[in-house]
Ligand binder design. Structure first.
Ligand code: AMP
Ligand code: MG
Length: 315
């Protein structure tokens, strides 16, 4: 059985001894391992069931450590680090030769992030090295935003879980690739938006991977609950009276026979609660999960991206 703990000294020692540790970050809980220990990194892939072709993000205590992992830091990357670290931004940079191939999936790039969660910062400071920390869920299932979600994912293991409460952001980090001689590229949407990043860069972001950049692991189906999930603009009227339908509303709930959660019409609050709502409703064992499609607009970009991976459109 997993152990949920707040003991930072124990958690740091577990990592030094080559064990995995689930750690809180402000985005989602990560399945952490020493990024310089090949055996430990392999345990991450094994426990998640994640294909080894899918590279991992290295988490650091501060930007000053980036040079231990990146072969060079282009000026635009330095600007983004200064503006957004600690925070929910991952940067893909040219990798040093000594970064483990298991971490980069054999690519010549490495992904780096300095998380903002106070317990993650404390852990990283004590550990004094880089930690890989992909979302602490089984491959293709929903990212955890609480210690209890992690325990549910790995109920059979003796994983230690550092309890940092519910995650503040609730969706995975924004990923930006910055390679020398190429325009910066937005590789994954997150709650930190392209406009906020462009304001700091002073130039437009390109969208998606191109040039020397490859971004494995962005599968279309991802983060999916077990219950078939459908998203709608207009609620199907027969479903409203069906107790076997569970609902996630975006600020304008209607009366339903089945269980329902309203995540609010505020994108930040919605993102914070989305995965917890999916866990809660998925656990009820109903036949269908119906999700009200949020409004358009940049602030909702990451939410739309995750909903598109978790559900099918109904209308
Ligand atoms: P996560 O699943 O949140 O751990 O994020 C991992 C994702 O970051 C991968 O699926 C890739 O899309 C991206 N990524 C990580 N490392 C690299 C890398 N070295 N080069 C390009 N993309 C990367
Ligand atoms: Mg993940």
């Amino acid at each position: 059985m997993p152990l949920i703990t707040e003991d930072l000294a124990l958690c740091t020692q577990r990592l030094r001894d080559g064990h995995l540790l689930a750690m809180p970050t402000e985005t989602v809980y990560g399945l952490a391992a020493d990024a310089r220990n090949d055996d430990a990194v392999h345990k991450v892939f094994a426990l998640k069931g994640r294909p080894s072709s899918n590279p991992l993000i290295v988490h650091l205590h501060d930007a000053a450590q980036a040079g231990e992992w990146a072969a060079l830091i282009p000026p635009q990357a330095a600007r983004l680090m200064a503006a957004f670290w600690p925070g929910p931004l991952t940067l893909v940079l040219p990798a040093r030769d000594d970064v483990l191939r298991s971490v980069t999936a054999g690519q010549n790039t490495v992904a780096l992030r300095v998380p903002a969660h106070p317990l993650a910062r404390e852990l990283l400071q004590r550990f004094a090295g880089g930690l890989v920390a992909p979302s602490a869920n089984r491959y293709m299932s929903i990212s955890p935003t609480s210690a209890e979600h992690v325990a549910q994912q790995f109920a059979e293991s003796d994983l230690h879980i550092l309890d940092g409460g519910p995650c503040r952001v609730g969706l995975e980090s924004t990923i930006v690739g910055v390679l020398p001689g190429e325009p910066p590229r937005l590789l994954r949407e997150g709650m930190l938006t392209a406009s906020e990043i462009e304001r700091v860069l002073g130039e437009p972001l390109q969208h998606g991977a191109a040039g020397q950049l490859r971004v494995p692991g962005q599968h279309h189906k991802h983060y999916a609950p077990d219950t078939p999930a459908l998203r709608f603009q207009q609620p199907p009227t027969d479903a409203l009276t069906d107790p076997q339908c569970a609902w996630i509303w975006c600020g304008t709930p209607q009366i339903t026979a089945g269980p329902a959660l309203d995540l609010s019409a505020d994108p930040e609050q919605y993102a914070q609660g989305l995965y917890a709502a999916l866990y809660a409703l998925d656990n009820l064992g109903v036949q269908r999960l119906l999700i009200q499609t949020p409004p358009q607009g940049e602030a909702w970009g990451a939410v739309h991206d995750r909903l598109a991976r978790a559900s099918q459109p109904l209308d």
